[in-house]
Design a protein around this ligand. Structure first.
Ligand code: DI6
Ligand code: FE
Length: 400
């Protein structure tokens, strides 16, 4: 069954550079694939399409790929946000049971239905804003049982909503209270949980938080060795608050991506360039934590490291469900060009998830795209708080 989408300005991102603009363009889909793309006037005859949609001059881009989110959690940290503005330090808040630990406690205490409903609402909000591929991390369960529960919920989202969900196991996110003072024992435990989680099909990639306040490079390496034995790809929260040389270590495991990277040094950049590891930048966390050190965008460009962008949605450092705002922040805060920003949340976001079948409008690509009520793709990075989505199309079908 073929479907025609016509009378649109296509931003294909099909070439290495440029928007790949095609005015008065059209595309033809068969099931969940793009099978033809070109000028509206050149649509092949006798297509015998089941449906034809006139997009009335809308802009058409690839569906957005949000390649880094922590979507499954209960509770929020608004009180902590307020306390900090009233002068409380991060340590004081942690001593009162705040920080990641409070989200872990709230997540463990939440019922299955509630935890699922919360995540489903968040995923739906992203979908309605153009996200057709979504990565979801665990990392607020921090026990075999609770990590599995969070990953099962993430999987369910992909079955219940018309979007693709890729899961990452981030059990090595923080030290749970029952392992206080025993980080190495906790890493042993994480390594022992991974085979069963993988066998249940819950893990598309393994992630870790390599940081002063997270896990050391050596502890992270042990988690990655287990991932490698299981044939699972890895990604890493690296160099967010300090340079731990995590990106260089992760590159030894041919990591799909290294994420955050404000403190990334030249060793990490060279290593990532060699292995084709994607740099995932997260301007919302940079903004919310009021970071001062910028990620080395120009050095990443110079080394031809692909740059992706994501929301990093989480209750502690990025409580936002606004993908286009992230594009704007990447331009204003990181001085990325609008084209780099959109490529970052489409093509390069897909690469960060190991997906080569999406992120561009081209024959053979998955039929995930968004029709926007605007004339030029740079507009998506420019307006703040406007909702230009006209229609989301996922796997060749309209999202209602
Ligand atoms: N880096 C972050 O910014 C989030 N996790 C991480 O590894 C913060 C998570 C939180 O504060 O709940
Ligand atoms: Fe994160």
């Amino acid at each position: 069954m073929k479907t025609i989408w016509r009378n649109a300005t296509l931003a294909t991102l099909a070439d290495d550079r440029g928007w790949g603009l095609l005015e008065r363009g059209a595309l033809v889909c068969e099931r969940d694939q793009i099978v033809w793309i070109g000028a509206d006037t050149q649509l092949p005859e006798g297509l015998n399409a089941a449906e034809e949609h006139d997009l009335a001059g809308a802009l058409l881009t690839p569906g957005l790929v949000d390649c880094h989110t922590h979507l499954v959690y209960a509770g929020d940290r608004a009180e902590e946000f307020e306390l900090r503005l009233e002068g409380a330090s991060y340590e004081e808040i942690a001593r009162r049971g705040g920080g990641i630990a409070s989200t872990v406690a709230a997540t463990r205490a939440a019922g299955d239905r509630q935890l699922h409903a919360l995540a489903l609402n968040r995923a739906r909000a992203l979908l309605m804003q153009g996200v057709t591929t979504l990565e979801v991390k665990s990392g607020y369960g921090l026990s075999a049982e609770h990590e599995a529960r969070c990953l099962r919920i993430a999987r369910r989202l992909g079955r219940e909503l018309p979007l693709t969900v890729k899961t990452s196991c981030l059990a090595a996110h923080a030290l749970p209270p029952e392992f206080a003072g025993r980080a190495d024992d906790y890493i042993d435990a994480v390594c022992s949980w991974l085979p069963a989680l993988a066998a249940e099909g819950l893990v598309d990639a393994v992630d870790a938080f390599c940081e002063n306040i997270g896990f050391t490079t050596e502890q992270t390496r042990r988690v990655f060795e287990t991932a490698r034995q299981l044939g699972l790809p890895v990604k890493l929260h690296a160099e967010q608050l300090s340079d731990q040389h995590g990106a260089a270590m992760a590159s030894q495991f041919c990591a799909l991506s290294c994420d955050h990277l404000e403190y990334l040094g030249s060793d990490g950049i060279a290593a990532m360039a060699k292995t084709g590891t994607v740099a995932v930048l997260l301007p919302a966390a940079f903004y919310f934590l009021r970071e001062k050190t910028l990620p080395p965008v120009q050095a990443l460009r110079d080394a031809a490291v692909p740059i992706a962008l994501a929301t990093d949605h989480n209750p502690g450092s990025a409580p936002l469900l606004a993908p286009l705002l992230v594009l704007n922040m990447a331009c204003t805060l990181f001085r990325m060009t609008p084209e780099e920003a959109l490529r970052g949340m489409t093509l390069n976001g897909a690469r960060a998830l190991g997906l080569g079948d999406r992120g561009r409008l081209a024959v053979g690509q998955r039929a995930d795209f968004v029709a926007w009520e605007t004339g030029h793709p740079r507009d998506l990075c420019y307006w703040i708080g406007r909702d230009p989505v006209k229609q989301v199309i996922s796997g060749g079908e309209k999202v209602e």
